[in-house]
Design a protein around this ligand. Structure first.
Ligand SMILES: [Zn+2]
Ligand SMILES: [Zn+2]
Length: 295
C-alpha cells in the first residue's frame, strides 16, 4: 500500500486538474489535461522600502498590472500572463515576514515563465525600474496539486540547442548567443589586455546570425580601431557600464567575437584553447596546466 515509487511525483493530479477544466465538455481532451498540468503559478511577494512615496507605489502597481497585456509571447504575440491578481496583505497573523504585497501570476508553461523572466523586454524593463523600490522579495512557483519533483532547470543554464543568454554588468543590454560548444578561447593579445584591463579575454567566434541583442540595443556603443590587417575592428559595449559585449572585424564580416564570460553560466565553462599565446603574461603561464582539465 505504501509502495508508491518516489518517481511518482504527481499526487492526485488528474482529479484536481480535471475539476478545474472548463465544464462545457463532458470529458476533457488529452490536450486540455496536458495544458492544465503545464499551468504554472508564479507567486511574488514584495516588501517595499519604507521611504517610497504613495505615487511611486501606485505607478509601480499600475506598471506591474499592465504587464498582463503588454508582456507578449515571442511567437504568437499573445499575452504571456494568463491571469494576474495583486493586492496588499491584510492578514492579522504575524507571519508575513515583512512582505506587504502579493502578485499571483499564471503562465501556460514553464517555457512561457522562463521567457518572461529572462528575455521578455517589457518585463525586464519593469524589473529594472522596480529594483530601487523593493527592499526584499520572495518568489515561489507551483503547479497545482504537484507535491514532489525536481526544481525547474535554470533556463540560462539549459544551453538548449547551444543557446546562451548574456547580459552586461548593469543588465541594460541582454543578448543571446548560440555556441557550438560551451567553452572559452582565451585571447592574450595586447588589445584585449588594454580594453579589458585583465591578462586575457574569454571569447568565441560565432556566425553573426547567432548573436541576437534582445534588449537595450540603443544602449550599445561602438569603438572602432584599425587591426593588424589594416581593416577596422568594431568593439560594441554597454554605454552605461562599459562591459564589452562583442567585436566585429571587417576582415571577417560574417562573424562576430562574443565575450563568453558574459554569458550566464559562462563561469562554469572550461577554457579549452588560446590565441596570441606569445602575449601571455609570465604569471599566467601556469594556467596552461588547467586548459584541458575537466573543470
Ligand atoms: Zn551595462
Ligand atoms: Zn585579443
Amino acid at each position: 500500500m505504501s509502495s508508491t515509487s518516489s518517481s511518482a511525483f504527481l499526487l492526485t493530479p488528474l482529479t484536481s486538474c480535471i475539476i478545474s477544466l472548463p465544464t462545457n465538455t463532458a470529458f476533457p481532451t488529452i490536450d486540455e489535461v496536458i495544458m492544465a498540468l503545464d499551468t504554472i503559478t508564479h507567486i511574488v511577494l514584495f516588501k517595499y522600502r519604507s521611504d517610497i512615496t504613495w505615487s511611486d507605489l501606485e505607478d509601480h502597481f499600475k506598471y506591474f498590472m499592465s504587464l498582463k497585456t503588454r508582456s507578449l509571447h515571442p511567437r504568437t504575440a499573445l499575452p504571456l500572463i494568463k491571469s494576474l491578481r495583486a493586492g496588499k496583505n491584510t492578514s492579522w497573523e504575524p507571519f508575513s515576514k515583512g512582505m506587504t504585497h502579493a502578485f499571483i501570476l499564471e503562465f501556460a508553461s514553464q517555457d512561457d515563465l522562463d521567457y518572461y523572466l529572462t528575455a521578455e523586454p517589457v518585463h525586464l524593463q519593469f524589473s529594472k525600474d522596480a529594483k530601487p523600490l523593493i527592499e526584499d522579495s520572495l518568489v515561489v512557483d507551483i503547479r497545482d496539486g504537484m507535491l514532489f519533483g525536481a526544481k525547474a532547470e535554470h533556463p540560462l543554464l539549459k544551453g538548449e540547442e547551444g543557446l546562451w543568454r548574456g547580459s552586461c554588468h548593469c543588465e541594460t543590454v541582454r543578448w543571446t548567443a548560440r555556441l557550438e560548444s560551451a567553452e572559452h578561447v582565451l585571447c592574450h593579445c595586447a588589445t584585449c589586455q588594454k580594453l579589458g584591463g585583465g591578462p586575457y579575454s574569454c571569447n568565441q567566434i560565432i556566425s553573426k546570425d547567432e548573436l541576437d541583442i534582445v534588449f537595450g540595443n540603443e544602449n550599445v556603443g561602438e569603438y572602432k580601431y584599425k587591426g593588424a590587417s589594416g581593416k577596422f575592428v568594431h568593439c560594441f559595449f554597454c554605454k552605461t557600464c562599459t562591459s564589452h559585449i562583442y567585436h566585429h572585424q571587417d576582415v571577417m564580416p560574417e562573424k562576430v567575437i562574443v565575450r563568453t564570460l558574459l554569458l550566464d553560466g559562462g563561469d562554469k565553462m572550461p577554457a579549452t584553447g588560446e590565441i596570441f599565446a606569445e602575449g601571455k603574461l609570465n604569471w599566467v603561464k601556469e594556467l596552461r596546466d588547467n586548459l584541458h582539465s575537466d573543470n
